[in-house]
Design a protein around this ligand. Sequence first.
Ligand SMILES: Cc1cc2nc3c(=O)[nH]c(=O)nc-3n(C[C@H](O)[C@H](O)[C@H](O)COP(=O)(O)OP(=O)(O)OC[C@H]3O[C@@H](n4cnc5c(N)ncnc54)[C@H](O)[C@@H]3O)c2cc1C
Length: 433
Amino acid sequence: MAWDFETDPEYQKMLDWADEFVREKVEPLDLVWPHQQFTPLEGSRRDAVDPLKAEVRSQGLWATHLGPELGGQGHGQLKLALLNEILGRSQWAPIVFGCQAPDTGNAEIIAHYGTDAQKERYLHPLLEGELFSCYSMTEPHAGADPTLFTTRAIRDGDDWIINGWKFFSSNAATASFLIVMVVTDPDVSAYQGMSMFLVPTDTPGVKIVRNVGLYGERDNEGSHALIHYDNVRVPGDALLGGEGKAFIIAQTRLGGGRIHHAMRTIGLARKALDMMCERALSRHTQGSRLSDKQFVQGYIADSYAQLLQFRLMVLYTAWEIDKYNDYKRVRKDIAAVKVVMPTVLHDIAWRAMQIHGALGVTNEMPFLGMVTGAAVMGLADGPTEVHKTTVARQVLRDYQPTEGTWPTEWIPGKREAARAQLAEYLDAEVGNL
Ligand SMILES: Cc1cc2nc3c(=O)[nH]c(=O)nc-3n(C[C@H](O)[C@H](O)[C@H](O)COP(=O)(O)OP(=O)(O)OC[C@H]3O[C@@H](n4cnc5c(N)ncnc54)[C@H](O)[C@@H]3O)c2cc1C
């Protein structure tokens, strides 16, 4: 029996260190420099953050999603899940630990598909935490269905010229380079006719038209760019993984990205549950504490159960990824995690907000940010509906239609078969009457 729900004691010590470190030294960054984690470090921010990164490295917890050949610890996804659920409490923590989205997914695909020169130029500084990257795929007229993308690259001698529009390219404004998905051959199916290019952000023709913010963010805080690629010329060696390989690359990238979001979401939902419980024990009304009211107990119990279910689901899926080392094989469960994630975060954050009363909906508490975060989780890396269809299609693969009119479990039919199987006993029963 190999089932085991315990963390090995040595790694647990590292997690305990990380937990205290994030609460005491990293969460203050969220308050002093909110929304600045993707701005390249300089001045006082660099002075404050570099020593924290050094501490993480000295503990052997820097970029643990990567194998040792790429500067990580090779811990795998399960250990990363246990770490990420601690980091999920804080905006800055993934940066300080070298495992922030979207850079983790971007690093992963350059590691898989990049040439030596591409790795030297983009991957190594990315892993050092010295620059940021952007994944530029969604277009203003099409997101969930990538076969509708129209941004086009056309060969010109040894170069390619890119033209088109991309939307919601997160962190483009601060990224050093963009990974852009474009049509390179419109005459074949989109699955064979699209390619990825590595494009430095300062290439002439890359025009960030505006940085869209999420609801509640101030104008200068938006980080999701609308980009016009206006005659952007890149050399042939900017192609990532070969012509026509965009879909294969995207699947590699998005599989990892989705499960990493889920790991961090556990941490955020747990933070909301912690706050809910503290408030329930602290607030008195109509003769008793909130924690004595059955409605509030219901909120706590439902939240605890939802979080426990979700956490087990994420840990199990992470374990599967480590075991099979094949995102395709684990696709159904990654999609199922992605489907559940927004609801879990939404429900727990909403209940926590509700029991904080008026204070809960203010900008002095983080709940509405969490609720927006839940909505984001239902869209980023693909809408919930699309992932539900993936789950359903994968589940249905294990089933066959029935031959005749009646379902296999149709009781009259089964009863008749059971009677035939047990006929000798039934005959004896009749004989004994
Ligand atoms: C915070 C955030 C960050 C993001 N970062 C990036 C990024 O860095 N790079 C990038 O390229 N993109 C990014 N995106 C974009 C994201 O990938 C898209 O929003 C997503 O793929 C959906 O595309 P869309 O917004 O165009 O919605 P649409 O494709 O227009 O879909 C709208 C809605 O239609 C419904 N729908 C769509 N398809 C189906 C279907 N097949 N069945 C049933 N219902 C369906 C769903 O309700 C869906 O929400 C980000 C999005 C968010 C919110």
